[in-house]
Design a protein around this ligand. Structure first.
Ligand SMILES: Nc1nc2c(c(=O)[nH]1)N[C@H]1C(S)=C(S)[C@@H](COP(=O)(O)O)O[C@H]1N2
Ligand SMILES: [Mo]
Length: 172
């Protein structure tokens, strides 16, 4: 009886160890639903899913796309994502921090840069730079990808980065 009990205790322990190892391995592989990495000179590097992004304050802006068509773009301001990552903002954007910039990377290797004050409410009251995930109430097109930058007040569309995959804060 005692012997049987020991065997089952050992088996339970073994099962526990195996399960922990398996769980650890699952944790190590990147979550498949991560759509955006935020990294570089930030307090906390982030890997965000669309659900994480949906929890941030949302905005809708009307803007003309590259074909001259007006549309309602919905998403979150880049500044909100940077705030979540603890990137310097507002009062902290002084001295050496004014040499910080944001690199937006797309899945096709396209990249565009923004200076941090361009994205900061303390510097600019009405300017919106949006990380959009919807257009006219629908998910973005396949070409746009899951996330696209929208800069409503820019007449040229070079910085309207499609298929955004990461935001990196760098120091020049
Ligand atoms: N990922 C990615 N985004 C991009 C580009 C690109 O080549 N790759 N081209 C840019 C340029 S130069 C312009 S003018 C617009 C064109 O927008 P459209 O593809 O919606 O017409 O997308 C911008 N965003
Ligand atoms: Mo362009």
């Amino acid at each position: 009886m005692i012997h049987a009990c020991r065997v089952s205790t050992t088996a339970t322990l073994l099962l526990f160890v195996l399960c922990s190892v398996a769980a650890g391995q699952v944790k190590q592989s990147p979550a498949p639903d991560v759509v955006l990495s935020v990294k570089g000179e930030v307090a906390r590097e982030l890997k965000l899913t669309l659900a994480d992004i949906a929890k941030l304050p949302r905005r809708i802006v009307r803007a003309k796309d590259h074909d001259g068509k007006e549309a309602a773009y919905e998403g979150v301001e880049i500044s909100e994502v940077l705030k979540l990552a603890g990137a310097p903002s507002g009062e902290e954007l002084r001295g050496k921090n004014l040499a910080l910039f944001l690199v937006v990377d797309a899945a096709d290797g396209y990249r565009a840069v923004f200076a941090l004050p361009e994205l900061d409410r303390a510097f600019t009251e009405q300017r919106v730079i949006l990380l959009a995930d919807r257009r006219d109430g629908k998910a973005l097109s396949k070409d746009d990808g899951r996330l696209r930058i929208v800069v409503p007040d820019e007449k040229r569309h070079g910085r309207w980065v499609r298929q955004v995959v990461s935001l990196t804060i760098r120091r020049s």
